[in-house]
Design a protein around this ligand. Structure first.
Ligand code: FES
Length: 159
């Protein structure tokens, strides 16, 4: 998802998300998830809106967004590649696979290729530990991924 939203759009959609979810116990994380689902990332502009609605400081909201790997600070590319860096995958070459992906794409983790095609993100267990190392490309999980297979998957979506 790589859409741009106007300030008004960001505010009104964020306010309606807050309205829907503020009754939950511990509403901050679900609200941030819903905001990311709506915009593809958590824009800086919405943090004060959320802070005010939940009676938190902006620093608290910012701290939570920074702490969790799941939240993006920038819009994602057209495709999102998540590579598992949790223990089972690490022991089966997950770090080396991540290095191959970085070289292949010419970017680091949490970054997007210059052409906007792929965002690379770490993930910590995809529930596919028995088929490590695991990856997820645009929501689809793949097990026993090696550098060649990864290059093939990426070539397919970047065509
Ligand atoms: S540790 Fe990678 S899928 Fe579980």
């Amino acid at each position: 998802m790589n859409m741009r939203f106007s300030g008004d759009d960001l505010s009104s959609r964020t306010l309606s998300i807050i309205d829907d979810l503020k009754h939950l116990e511990g509403p901050l994380l679900p609200i941030l998830h819903a905001v990311q689902d709506a915009f593809g990332y958590v824009p800086d502009e919405v943090k004060p809106i959320i802070a005010q609605a939940l009676n938190l400081s902006r620093a608290e909201v910012h701290g939570v967004v920074s702490f969790y790997h799941d939240y993006r600070h920038q819009p994602a590319g057209r495709h999102v590649l998540k590579l598992c860096l949790a223990e089972a995958c690490q022991s089966m070459g997950g770090n080396e696979l991540a290095d191959s992906a970085k070289r292949l794409l010419g970017i680091d983790m949490h970054a997007t290729t210059a052409d906007g095609s792929v965002t690379l993100e770490p993930v910590y267990c995809l529930g596919l530990c028995a088929c490590a190392p695991a990856a997820m490309l645009d929501g689809e999980v793949h097990g026993r991924v090696d550098a060649n297979r990864l290059a093939g998957l990426l070539a397919e979506v970047r065509r």
